[in-house]
Write a protein that binds this ligand. Structure first.
Ligand SMILES: [Zn+2]
Length: 412
């Protein structure tokens, strides 16, 4: 029985109809629309010979048994940002439904079981903390910081979870679900422009960027914009602007990315030289040494700039995430499957975090397959991909899951 990728497009359209408004997808986790999406998914799964259950962190699993207790897991997330697109997350879940259907329709059960997962709250749209369900399953959920989270209306995460039957204290017990997993496969849209620029439909993700995010404060001296000669100024913003450009140069030279997306200036009026400027520098790279070098470049540049401009510089760390490399044998297997259905392909790193990164951190061999995004647009109702590219992605993932479930356990 062959997989029918066209059915995934039908499922995506039906989910969109059920859970989107004119402004886009509204499946924010721990809200009634998300629950409706889940209910619909369960009704689709009812037609298949699978065992469906929800774990302690609210992740939905649907298992098709194999001859061994070990299994290959395929999945992603149904939840969306507010006014989101029709593909982000749900593509991987609904591709998983079709893969399950095709496996179940074959006469003999596979060597390894095949299991679908719909991770709970990947986006973190309501409480600001992403990857809830997958980090709980990976044993990486920090209970203390999760306990303090509240939404815009002052509702605590703990209470919102309880409404959906999830006890935050027990969420970590979801880790049991990853114990017998031989491999994890996630199909997702790229949400960037690398594949489009290369003219490729489907890419294989070989890992995810590490992140260094720091707040950098520059302290100079506020003074009158008219009566202070240029040579006598200690302009905090001029210093901050030079750091932003230095970080960009370093990212270009070292093959990473760097962004200053947040900048505050004091006193922030047209007639005063800025006495203080605070910016947030976000640097990312797939290689830990190169990422460390980018941070060292920025720190060195800030020191030089500070003394040039007569401005004091203070750094405080916000977040450091180590780069993750996906399992090399799985990446190779995925590459072979993509080439078999789509022809040419390439390896791409993921600049964004995904559930697959948490699964890989838990020590489970994981890999992702990206489908080209039109214009790189995502988290927006205009998010789109060509139907033929989506179908190639589904076919490639089906091929990979089938091959892994036939017994080429990447751990053995
Ligand atoms: Zn996503």
């Amino acid at each position: 029985m062959e997989v029918d990728p066209g059915r995934v497009l039908d499922l995506l359209a039906r989910l969109h109809e059920l859970t989107a408004t004119e402004a886009g997808a509204q499946r924010v986790a721990w809200t009634p629309v998300w629950a409706r999406a889940r209910e619909w998914l369960r009704s689709e799964l009812d037609a298949l010979p699978v065992t469906a259950s929800v774990d302690e962190a609210g992740n939905l699993w649907a298992a098709l048994p194999g001859r061994s207790p070990r299994s290959v897991v395929v999945g992603s997330h149904l939840d969306s940002v507010p006014d989101g697109g029709w593909l982000d997350g749900c593509l991987g879940v609904l591709a998983g439904v079709e893969v399950l259907r095709a496996v179940a329709a074959r006469s003999a059960p596979p060597a390894l079981g095949v299991t679908l997962v719909d991770w709970a709250d990947e986006e973190g749209a309501r409480f600001g903390r992403s990857l809830f369900g997958s980090s709980a399953a990976a044993g990486l959920l920090e209970l203390d910081s999760a306990r303090g989270l509240v939404d815009r209306d002052g509702v605590a995460l703990v209470d919102a979870l309880a409404e959906y039957g999830v006890d935050l204290v027990r969420a970590g017990q979801a880790a049991a679900r990853l114990r017998d997993v031989a491999a994890y496969v996630e199909l997702h849209i790229e949400q960037g422009r690398v594949l489009e620029a290369a003219g490729l439909a489907v890419g294989v993700v070989d890992g995810a960027y590490g992140i260094e995010r720091h707040r950098v404060n520059f302290e100079g001296r506020a003074a009158h914009a008219g009566s202070t000669p240029m040579a006598l100024r200690r302009d905090a913003l001029a210093a901050g602007a030079r750091l932003a450009l230095a970080a960009r140069d370093s990212a270009l030279a070292r093959g990473g990315v760097a962004t200053v997306g947040d900048l505050r200036v004091v006193p922030g009026i047209a007639t005063a030289i800025p006495g203080e400027a605070t910016l947030v520098l976000d640097q990312r790279h797939g290689d830990a040494a190169a990422l460390a070098a980018m941070l060292a470049d920025a720190r060195g540049a800030a020191e030089t700039i500070g003394s040039d401009e007569g401005v004091a510089v203070n750094w405080s760390a916000i977040q450091s995430v180590a780069p993750v490399a996906f399992d090399e044998r799985l990446v190779q297997a995925a590459g072979e499957c993509v080439r078999a259905v789509a022809g040419e392909t390439m390896r791409v790193p993921s600049g964004a975090l995904h559930d697959a990164v948490m699964v890989a951190r838990a020590g489970v061999p994981a890999v992702m397959v990206f489908v080209q995004s039109l214009g790189g647009i995502s988290h927006n109702r205009l998010e789109d991909s060509r139907p033929e590219h989506l179908e190639l992605g589904v076919a490639a993932v089906d091929r990979l899951v089938r091959r892994l479930a036939a017994g080429s356990d990447p751990r053995s």
